[in-house]
Write a protein that binds this ligand. Structure first.
Ligand code: AMP
Ligand code: MG
Length: 481
């Protein structure tokens, strides 16, 4: 198979265009780096030679121990609203951009290290990451990707040989992350606050060039850029809602311009349908509860729109009305995406009046009966096989609707099974896999990874992977660890 040069040729188009938004920095050296997981499948997709990925040379690059001269690494600057309060200076506190590289199709990616030591943006943090949370990010990213949801992904996780002090000393680790880019709403907030309109325009044009190139020559491109980001983010959060994903820390610095899911900290998959579900230990007010994610996304996009006003119109006040109108379209765009997703999950290839109700009623029913989202949706195909799955009144309505599809029962079952995942990273399984991985045994991690990266494909004797578990009362997830 064709491959890129190993290592891929890294460039720094971002830091070159916007030196005020990137600080040159070096990774800390690692005393004893070890490769823990390598994503050979992702390497293959990107054209990166898997032999190189597993080599000592790559390990040196990932661990900060490379000796090559003239290496450039950057900590990226950004601001952000954290739980609603504005922090003017966040930035990569423990991460570095290794560089951008082009895959075999000429698509540009960022390669980024998370956990590579303190940077000028570290504030009080130690600049480190630990093995459990980095494996968690790896696993979650792969699961989301397999579910067809845009996401950053990890190429590898390594341990550094250092310890990081948390509630107890834990093995230090680095996540090697690949992303469409690391541009965030917070990047625009940072640039807007600097007050240099030329830099802000350069940033917007850079983002357009990378993520929305079809707008590059459009005279109304900043307004269309806003609309395009609104659409991608509306689609993203609809996709999350369809699988019960709770991001957990939807601060504006964790909202990408590309529309990828980023920064898997305290995220989790919900079992029982309940809009108030919150797992994150720091989300005391439930700001980022499952059911609030769409409206929070819209709020975050309003912060993004504010940064673009001076680009949209010479007098920013003139931009308020069109920007507001674009933001007001969010609920409709979200709802269309969500209903299209639900139609697929219900096996419907056409749309008729009443479909929206059918979907809404099912979700309401799951919520009322405190049923598990993933396994109940998957069981719809079992219903067509003659199994009693309960929900009699609703399934009767659904079956009437299915008649309009004029599809055989085999066809319906295969549609349903292609649209409804069986295996998502259940909280109790994630915890179990991570604690044994940190203790040195990767078997459970590998087994769970195998299931969640083939989420639609039933395997025998794997019931424990398809059922909600009891992660313990008051199950909590943590961020920044
Ligand atoms: P996150 O919640 O992971 O999106 O991180 C929010 C901010 O805190 C970002 O600016 C991170 O770079 C920074 N941060 C998180 N953990 C650490 C750490 N251990 N050391 C330095 N900075 C950190
Ligand atoms: Mg973040």
């Amino acid at each position: 198979m064709a491959s890129l040069a190993a290592p891929p040729e890294f460039r720094h188009t971002y830091a070159r265009s916007l030196p005020g938004l990137a600080a040159t920095w070096k990774a800390d050296e690692s005393p004893n780096p070890q490769l823990i997981v390598a994503n050979n499948a992702l390497a293959g997709e990107l054209g990166i030679d898997p032999t190189w990925l597993n080599s000592t040379e790559a390990l040196h690059l990932f661990s900060g121990n490379d000796t090559a001269q003239g290496l450039e690494r950057y900590a990226l600057a950004y601001a952000g609203h954290q739980f609603g309060s504005y922090s003017p200076r966040l930035g990569d506190g423990r991460a570095l951009l290794v560089g951008e590289f082009d895959d075999l199709n000429g698509h540009k990616w960022d390669l980024h290290l998370k956990g590579s030591g303190r940077t000028p943006f570290a504030r009080g943090g130690d600049g480190k990451a630990t093995l459990g949370p980095m494996l968690r990010e790896y696993l979650m990213g792969e699961a989301m990707h397999a579910l067809g949801i845009p996401t950053t992904r990890a190429l590898a996780v390594i341990t550094t040989g250092d310890l990081a002090m948390r509630e107890r000393p834990l093995p230090g680790a680095i996540l090697v992350r690949v992303a469409d880019s690391h541009l965030r709403v917070g990047t625009f907030q940072y640039a807007a606050a600097l007050g240099d309109l030329d830099d802000l325009r350069t940033l917007a044009d850079y983002a357009i060039g990378r993520h929305y190139p079809e707008l590059a020559d459009d005279s109304d491109r900043y307004m269309k850029f806003l609309g395009a980001v609104i659409e991608r983010q509306a689609h993203l959060v609809a996709d999350w809602m369809l699988v019960g994903f709770i991001h957990g820390v939807m601060n504006t610095d964790n909202v990408t311009i590309s529309g990828e899911t980023i920064d898997y900290g305290p995220c989790a998959f919900m079992d029982v349908v309940d809009p108030n579900t919150v797992f994150s230990s720091i989300d005391e007010g439930g700001r980022y509860a499952y059911g609030r994610q769409p409206s929070i996304t819209q709020w975050n996009l309003a912060r993004f729109a504010e940064t673009l006003l001076p680009l949209i119109a010479t007098n920013p006040d003139d931009a308020i009305a069109p920007a507001t109108q674009a933001l007001e379209e969010f609920p409709e765009i979200f709802s269309r995406r969500w209903h299209a997703g639900m139609n697929r999950r219900l096996g419907l290839s056409t749309t008729v009046d009443g479909d929206d109700d059918l979907a809404n009623n099912l979700i309401a029913l799951l919520q009322e009966r405190r049923l598990d989202l993933i396994s109940t949706m998957r069981s719809l195909s079992n219903h067509l096989r003659g199994e009693d799955i309960g929900l009699a009144e609703w399934t009767a309505r659904w079956e009437t609707r299915l008649e309009l599809e004029h599809a055989s029962s085999e066809e319906m079952i295969s549609r349903l099974e292609a649209a409804n995942p069986i295996y998502v990273p259940r909280n109790h399984l994630v915890e179990e896999a991570l604690s044994s991985a940190v203790a040195g045994d990767l078997n459970k991690f590998d087994a769970l990874l195998e299931r969640v990266t083939n989420p639609y494909q039933h395997v025998d004797n794997a019931e424990r992977y398809s059922q909600p578990g009891d992660p313990g009362p008051g199950y909590r997830t943590y961020c920044g660890t």
